[in-house]
Design a protein around this ligand. Structure first.
Ligand code: SAM
Length: 267
C-alpha cells in the first residue's frame, strides 16, 4: 500500500525545500534533477487526469482557499505527494510573479523515446529558441489531436516555466521526444509516410497537399528557417501563402496554420 504524503507548513524563503524548488526556474537545476514546476490548480488537475502525480505541491494558505484547493491538496497527499502550505511571499518567489497562482506542483519530467513516436500527425521543430513558441505549439498539437512533438537539436526547454505556462496544461497530454540531427535523420529514414517541410522558398501551397496519416510536419528555426540538411529529408516542401509585406509568419502561428490544414480531414 502506498503511503500518504506528508503535510508541512513552510513560510521562510530560506528553507532548503523552498530553495530547491526555486532553483527549478533555471534549466541547469531542471536538467540535474529531472524535475519541473507547474503552476495553478488547472495544470495540477490536468496532470492528475493522466496519472502524472507531483512529487510535492505548494499551496497558499489563505482565507477562502479551503474548498476546492483543500480537496485537491488532500487528493495529491493521498496519492503520496507531499503538500506544503505556505504564504504569499514564498509563492511569489517560487513563481517570480506578483500575483502568483495558489498552487504550484513539482513534477518529474517525461520524455518519450524517439522510436516510440508514431503517427498520426507528428510535428518536428528544428532548434526552436523561444519558450513561448514551444509552449504554444504543444498546446496546438493537443488541440488538433496530433500525436506528439520532436525537438531536433538544441531547443528551448519544454519543461521551462515559461513554456509550461504557455502550454496551458497540454504539457501533460502531448508526448515529447528529443533528437540530435543524426538521430532525427535515422528516424525519418524509417518513417512510413509523408514528411512535409515548411519553407518560404517552396512553391507548393499547403492547401494543395492531400493530408494522409502518418505524416510528419517539419518546421524550421525562428531565425534562419529550415536548414538545407533538414529540407533535404522532407518528401514535400510547402509554403503558407502570404499576400502582404510580412516576409514570414511567427513559428507558432505557422505551425498552427499548417496543423489545421493537415488535420482538417480528421477534425
Ligand atoms: N527568416 C526565416 C526564413 O527565411 O525561413 C523565417 C523563419 S520563420 C519565423 C520560422 C518557421 O516558420 C520557418 O522556418 C517555417 O518553418 C515556418 N514559416 C513561417 N512562415 C511561413 C510561410 N509563410 N510558409 C511556410 N512556412 C513558414
Amino acid at each position: 500500500m502506498s503511503r500518504a504524503g506528508t503535510v508541512k507548513e513552510i513560510t521562510s524563503t530560506a528553507n532548503p525545500t523552498i530553495k530547491a524548488a526555486r532553483a527549478l526556474q533555471a534549466r541547469k537545476a531542471r536538467n540535474e534533477s529531472g524535475l519541473f514546476l507547474a503552476e495553478g490548480q488547472k495544470l495540477i488537475e490536468d496532470a492528475l487526469s493522466v496519472g502524472w502525480w507531483p512529487q510535492m505541491v505548494f499551496a497558499l494558505q489563505a482565507a477562502g482557499s479551503e474548498g476546492h484547493q483543500a480537496q485537491l491538496a488532500a487528493k495529491v497527499r493521498a496519492a503520496g505527494s507531499d503538500v506544503i502550505f505556505t504564504n504569499a511571499t514564498v509563492m511569489e518567489k517560487l513563481s517570480r510573479r506578483d500575483n502568483p497562482q495558489t498552487m504550484i506542483g513539482v513534477f518529474d519530467q517525461r520524455f518519450t523515446a524517439l522510436n516510440a513516436m508514431t503517427g498520426g500527425t507528428l510535428v518536428a521543430l528544428e532548434a526552436p529558441r523561444d519558450p513561448g513558441n514551444v509552449g504554444t505549439i504543444i498546446r496546438t498539437i493537443d488541440a488538433v489531436g496530433a500525436s506528439g512533438l520532436i525537438l531536433v537539436g538544441p531547443a528551448a526547454d519544454p519543461f521551462g516555466v515559461e513554456t509550461v505556462r504557455a502550454t496551458m496544461g497540454s504539457i501533460f497530454h502531448v508526448p515529447l521526444a528529443r533528437a540530435d540531427s543524426a538521430q532525427f535523420g535515422a528516424f525519418v529514414a524509417r518513417w512510413q509516410g509523408q514528411i512535409i517541410g515548411t519553407h518560404l522558398a517552396a512553391s507548393k501551397d499547403i492547401r494543395a497537399i492531400a493530408p494522409q496519416e502518418p505524416q510528419l510536419l517539419v518546421m524550421g528555426t525562428e531565425q534562419a528557417g529550415l536548414t538545407d540538411e533538414l529540407a533535404q529529408k522532407c518528401t514535400t516542401l510547402t509554403k503558407i501563402p502570404m499576400v502582404g509585406a510580412a516576409d514570414s509568419l511567427n513559428l507558432a502561428v505557422a505551425t498552427a496554420l499548417a496543423l489545421y490544414e493537415l488535420r482538417r480531414p480528421f477534425l
